[in-house]
Design a protein around this ligand. Sequence first.
Ligand code: ADP
Ligand code: MG
Length: 239
Amino acid sequence: MNALRDSRQEQADSSPASPIVRAEALTKQVATPDHELTILKAATFEVRAGEAVAILGPSGSGKSTLLGLLAGLDSPSSGSVRIGGQDLFSLSEDGRAKLRGQMVGFVFQSFQLMPALTALENVMLPLELAGGAGARARARAVLERVGLAERLGHYPRQLSGGEQQRVALARAFVTRPAVLFADEPTGNLDTTTGQAIVELLFKLNRDSGTTLVLVTHDERLAARCGRILRLDGGRLVTA
Ligand code: ADP
Ligand code: MG
C-alpha cells in the first residue's frame, strides 16, 4: 500500500530533474518495394523538464520521423515513448490525442495552419478541442504577444510566411504545453524572418518554462540549445 502511494507520489512529482520525454529503443521501419527500410534505429534518450534540446542531423537522417514519434503523430515499429511518465503508444487513439492536447505543442516547417480559419480561430482551436473556457480572450492575448494584434481576422493566405509561423507559435503556446516540439521552424523562411522567429520561439519558451525539443540541420541554431542530440542515417550518434 505504501509502495503504491510512493510510486504515485513519484509520478506526480514534476521536479526539474524528472524526465518529461523518454524514448526507449525507438525504431521506425517502412516498407519499400523490395525491402524493409529502417529510417530510425533504436533511439534511446530522455529530456528533462525545462531543458532545451536540439536534434541535429543532415537532411534525410530521420529527424522529422523521430519528432513525429515523440509527439505521437506517428507510431513506431517498436520501442516506446513516455511523455510525463505516460506511455504514448499503450494509450488508445483518443487517450493519445488527449495527452497530446494537454502536454504537447508542435511547430512545423510548413506552418500547417487551417486555411479556412482566421488567425484568431486557428489559435482558438486547440483550446476549444480541450474544452477550456475563455478561448477567444486567451488566443487574442497570445497573438498580441507574437505581434499580430492587427491580424486577428486574417486568413493564412493573407499572411506572409513569417506571420503564418507567428500564428503557428501562438497556437502551439496557447495551451501552455509542457513540451514544445519544433521541426525546422525556420526552414521555409528567409534568413532575417527566420532569425526573428527563432528569437520569438526562445522568448516564448523561456517565459513559459516550456521544455523545448528543436529539430534543425543548422549547427548555430542547435548551439543555442542546452544539449545537442546528433542523428546520422537514422541512428543517434554520441558526440
Ligand atoms: P529528416 O527530417 O532528417 O530530413 P526524415 O525523418 O523526413 O528525415 O526521413 C528520414 C528518411 O526516411 C529519408 O530518407 C526519407 O526519405 C525516409 N522516409 C521518411 N518517411 C518515409 C515513408 N513514409 N516511406 C518511405 N521512406 C520514408
Ligand atoms: Mg525533416
